[in-house]
Design a protein around this ligand. Sequence first.
Ligand code: FE2
Length: 319
Amino acid sequence: MRITTVDSVTYGVPDLVQAKRFWSDFGLTLEAHNDRLLRFSAMDASTVEVRLAHDPALPPAFEPGPGVRETTFGVETEADLDAIAAELAKDRHVGVDEKGTLHSVDPLGIPIAFRVSRCRAVSAPDPQFNVPGRTGRLNARGVRYESARPLEMTHVVYMVPDTRVAVDFYADRLGFRISDAYPGRGYFLRGGASNNHHNLFLLNPGGTGDKFGFHHLAFEVANIHELFGGGLNMTRKGWKTMLGPGRHPISSCYFWYFLNPCGGGAEYDFDSDVVDDDWVAGEFEQTPETFAEWCLAAGMEESLLYQGVQTGETIEGQT
Ligand SMILES: [Fe+2]
């Protein structure tokens, strides 16, 4: 069961117009669209599919409002698909569509799907950073990003009422590995053949178990300049920050989350941990400090940039 990626995420929404604007501004490429469907891709060919909420092609909603209706994980081979189908069929329905994708649900009722991955390897351009002792960029100005073009879709996050049941299912039945954990509260899981720190994060926020649903979908960008360029572009286009920019101690990445009209958040990440069998999983207490080394709560809208500095105007009280 060599799960490699988050291959595709499908949303159900009341309004395709807002969805089209959001994901286009976020930097995904629009691959297909009609009056019922939008399909976007990241540079690695992972896809975001958006359908109208009442579309019979969608799995039933498992939470109110717009949100993710299904997450499709990529596997290496047809043999992996066969193994997953056999395992899940022991105690739940497994459907197969005309393209060979498996469809089922996890123990909490979250729809999951599996297909041979359609993602391709991508390489970020050389960042050409200048650091003492290593000049990556001589006699050349640093690149400035007007917007982002996410390279890889890396992880999906759900708030769940019972982490134990969910983690046992993903680890024992589907071969996910625990990269790091807030014991009893949150588990960072990667597919058995993935080098991403996590493809799936299951969180019981506050330990109360009273929140259930999709939280956010994350994408890796090429470098810190692109993360800030993408976030500033989203802000200029009027999208609201969910949280960030900031940095996670667990997985080490810089982040910037935006509220998504399709449901939950969409996250830019840069410099996430890449791991293999030698990675040593850690256990952490769930605190604000283990969530974010630092972060802005509401983006850059309150920053000097948005008070006139960008146009050279003088801010009142300053010279
Ligand atoms: Fe994330």
